[in-house]
Design a binder for this molecule. Structure first.
Ligand code: ACO
Length: 340
């Protein structure tokens, strides 16, 4: 049985920074409300909201280039790609194939994962299973999002649109047959589809049969169908229950305890959720890494973006025990426990 080792991590965000004050020029909001409710001070948006070049796949490609630079591998060494996003360049095909071309990889397999905020945890878990089985040796796992093109910047959408940002992160997983080496120790994945519409984007979806109407009726699709919608309080309550469950489950699976943990990286949904989990599990503040203040919630990108920055800042060192956990739309949730 092989073990999955992290060979390299990288991230990339568009240069353009959008502060809470900038948003207050687009809608009725203010820095105090956003900071108090979410902890977010600023986020990155691509410069032009209708740009067809700085796409989700492009952000993922830049993050992947950085991850490759930080490993001893090249794009030609990769033998599989897993790409997690809820904001793909096209409705189909997915971003995995686009990045295969951008990187100049061989004609390797490219899989897209659509598990929103939990997308990166799902993607890592799939990649880990392939590596453990011996099917693939070097897998690129990407989480990337362009949210800025698809948010409702009117007052009706303000409780959702202030939260999200654009960005990407990537991890190269490589196989090792040295049992003593660090690597992924345990994973778990969960879902509860009865809450699908508590946090969702309905358009374009087969359930709603819009395609012909969109072509013939000018206002066939309403704002709350075309933009993401969220039952914020409901999501919050479920998140603060599911996060501790999945963290304890992954620690137990690996025979580890909370005291063994060197760093916890939650999906950057909302700083209040991260602080709630930290208190509930009695984790010291320095053992929880957050960067939502600078990037907002970047959905599938948030965990690799935080992991990459935590490593860059020296907050995670080789051999450290790290837990990555997510909760989000679906509902879906899960964790990865690894020794970096
Ligand atoms: N600026 C100013 N006022 C606002 C804004 C805004 N951006 N958005 C909403 N308001 C107003 C509302 O209109 C409402 O006014 P009213 O009392 O006059 O009707 C008031 O603020 C409170 O609105 P709520 O929606 O009840 O605000 P709440 O306190 O629930 O905070 C939030 C909203 C931040 C989304 C919260 O519910 C939350 O943190 N939910 C957790 C979900 C989450 O973090 N999701 C992230 C994405 S999903 C994921 O990654 C898991």
């Amino acid at each position: 049985m092989f073990k999955s080792i992290i060979a390299g991590v990288g991230h990339y965000v568009p240069e353009n920074i959008v502060t809470n004050d900038d948003l207050s020029k687009l809608m009725t909001t203010n820095d105090e409300w956003i900071t108090e409710r979410t902890g977010i001070k600023e986020r990155h948006y691509r410069k032009n909201r209708n740009d067809s070049e700085e796409t989700t796949a492009f952000l993922g490609f830049k993050a992947a280039e950085n991850a490759l630079k930080n490993s001893n591998l090249t794009a030609k060494d990769l033998d599989f790609i897993v790409f997690a996003t809820l904001s793909p360049d096209y409705f189909f095909p997915g971003c995995g194939v686009l990045i295969q071309e951008m990187l100049g990889c061989e004609t390797i397999g490219a899989l897209d994962v659509r598990n929103q905020c939990s997308g990166f945890v799902y993607a890592m878990s799939v990649a880990n299973a392939y590596i453990k089985s011996g099917e693939y040796k070097n897998i690129l796992v990407v989480g990337a999002e362009i949210h800025s093109f698809g948010l409702d910047f009117s007052d009706a959408g303000r409780s959702v649109s202030v939260i999200f940002g654009d960005g990407a992160g990537a991890v190269i997983l490589t196989a090792s047959n040295d049992e003593n080496k660090q690597g992924i120790l345990a994973t778990n994945l969960h879902s509860e589809g009865k809450y699908a519409e508590e946090l969702c984007n309905k358009f374009p979806g087969s359930k709603f049969g819009w395609s012909d109407r969109v072509l013939t009726e000018p206002n066939a699709v309403s704002a709350d169908e075309i933009y993401p919608t969220m039952n914020g309080n409901f999501v919050f309550k479920h998140a603060v229950t599911r996060f501790p469950e999945t963290i304890m489950e992954v620690l137990n699976s690996a025979g580890k305890t909370l005291e063994d943990l060197d760093m916890f990286i939650p999906h950057q949904a909302n700083l209040r959720i991260a602080q709630f989990i930290q208190k509930k599990l009695n984790l010291p503040e320095e053992k929880v890494f957050n960067n939502i203040q600078k990037y907002g919630n970047t959905t599938a990108a948030s965990i690799p973006l935080a992991l990459s920055e935590a490593i860059e800042k020296g907050k995670i060192k080789r051999g450290d025990l790290v837990c990555l956990s997510a909760f989000g739309s679906g509902f879906t949730w899960g964790s990865i426990l690894l020794e970096y």
